[in-house]
Design a protein around this ligand. Structure first.
Ligand code: GLN
Length: 446
């Protein structure tokens, strides 16, 4: 039933790329069997879940939103997917996204854009636009997305749902197709904070298959929900209120008022290196992408140009035909900043700036328990509106990129609508591994 509903709704939004009937029925009947044996079926028993199409699923097509992987059937499951199914979750399909998670509007998908279920002429945000849209339209109860520079939080804010980017290392990246490995995170989308907390609880924790996954114990996130926030010190970084449009600003200020009313102490803070974040991010992420995307060479995976006659031609033509414009732009930029002679001036410099940005947060967290900021300077924009101007598009991530660069937990929680009914999201950021503190504050908005 859930699948039929999802299929029907998909004609409006294009949020799913693939449905997984067979697999869904298998997991659902495994849950039934457990129940009939009197065993506990798991925290997510029977819950319909969508998975962003950059996360691999065994036997189920995984395209990364790219022509390059049009027919790619992965031979294994991502750890996060495995853990969801072990808890009884039912994967109903793969969610549309920007090609290799590069984008802010889902318009870079080779399979067409996703429409925002809240306003069909608008983008759902990106790159996890499909994952946000399916939760907003109610065809999946929860979903998985990935975030490298804002790709969970920004679409969550555009679609009016909760989106969580956990601490780097909290969730295994095994089976997440690499875009920029030092920045990539897997995280949940949900309709409320509790569901997001349950989903994160299920997928978090050390995984020997990902050397960067952390040993830190995973606390019970639900215990922190609805706890009193009185006396919490909440910082407002002044740099995060420039560029903000007035309608979003109104909602954000109402959100801050709400925290005040509940007894939070609001403190002005400064993160002085914020201005360099966009430049720093686009050097590091393109550098890493140029290396990670080198593997799509026509030899492995699925695509190979039919026209090529020599080996060199095969590489060149396969990549020329398989990658879209944004991927090509980033591969070229990344190769350039890593090339000898430019490495020191760009890549190395960006790494230093990254440390300064992380230090800004450390400094701020000596004064406050959490930071709150807008997620994006503006709400969901119209399809096509920013397509011709990559710089404008890059600016929509201006408030979210820093969290990934620092590797701290951050999330978007709905915080009102504009007069036109477009959702606005509040971002909450806390210290490394303090997802509990983040959820505690987030639940104050519900
Ligand atoms: N929009 C940003 C980009 O295009 C972030 C993408 C992401 O987080 N995957 O790189």
């Amino acid at each position: 039933e859930a699948l039929a509903f999802a299929r029907g709704e998909n004609s409006k939004t294009n949020a799913y790329l693939t449905f997984s009937e067979e697999r869904a029925l298998q997991t659902a009947s495994a849950v039934d069997e457990k129940l009939s044996r009197g065993e506990a079926p798991g925290a997510l028993a029977g819950v319909p879940i969508a998975v962003k199409d950059v996360i691999v699923t065994k036997g189920l097509r995984t395209t990364c939103g790219s022509k390059m992987l049009e027919h790619f059937i992965p031979p294994y499951d991502a750890t996060a997917v495995q853990r969801l199914e072990a808890a009884g979750g039912v994967i109903i399909g793969k969610a549309n996204c920007d090609e290799f998670a590069m984008g802010s509007s889902n318009e870079n998908s080779a399979y067409g854009p996703v429409r925002n279920p809240v306003a069909l002429d608008r983008v759902p945000g990106g790159s996890s636009g499909g994952s946000a849209a399916v939760v907003a339209q109610g065809t999946a109860a929860v979903s998985l997305g990935s975030d490298t520079g804002g790709s969970i939080r920004q679409p969550a804010s555009f679609c009016g749902v909760v989106g969580v980017t956990p601490t780097y290392g909290r969730v295994s990246r095994y089976g997440l197709v690499a875009f920029a490995s030092s920045l990539d995170h897997i995280g949940p989308f949900a309709r409320n904070v509790e569901d997001a907390a349950i989903l994160l609880q299920t997928i978090a924790g050390r995984d020997p298959k990902d050397a960067t996954s952390a040993f830190a114990p995973v606390p019970d996130y639900r215990e922190s929900l609805g706890k009193d926030v009185r006396g919490l010190r909440v910082g407002l970084p002044k740099e995060y209120f420039a560029h903000l449009d007035s309608e979003s600003g109104d909602q954000i200020h109402k959100g801050i008022e709400l925290l005040k009313q509940q007894g939070c102490e609001i403190v002005d803070v400064s993160l002085p290196h914020t201005d360099y974040a966009v430049a720093c991010y686009y050097i590091i992420c393109t550098a890493e992408a140029s290396a990670n995307l080198a593997r799509y060479d026509g030899v492995r995976y699925t695509r190979r140009s039919a026209q090529a006659k020599t080996l060199q031609d095969m590489y060149r033509m396969t990549r020329g035909e398989g990658f879209g414009a944004e991927c090509k732009r980033r591969i070229m930029l990344g190769t350039y900043v890593l090339s000898s002679g430019y490495y020191d001036a760009y890549y190395l410099k960006a790494q230093k700036v990254r440390s300064l940005i992380a230090r800004d947060f450390q400094q701020a967290f000596t004064q406050v328990d959490a930071l709150v900021t807008p997620v994006s300077p503006f709400p969901a924009f119209k399809l096509g509106e920013k397509l011709d101007d990559p710089i404008q598009m890059y600016l929509s991530d201006i408030y979210t990129i820093t969290g990934d660069l620092a590797g701290i937990p951050c999330m978007s929680v709905p915080c009102g609508n504009t007069a036109e009914g477009l959702p606005v999201g509040m971002q909450i950021l806390t210290r490394h591994f303090d997802e509990s503190g983040m959820f505690r504050l987030a639940s104050a908005f519900e």
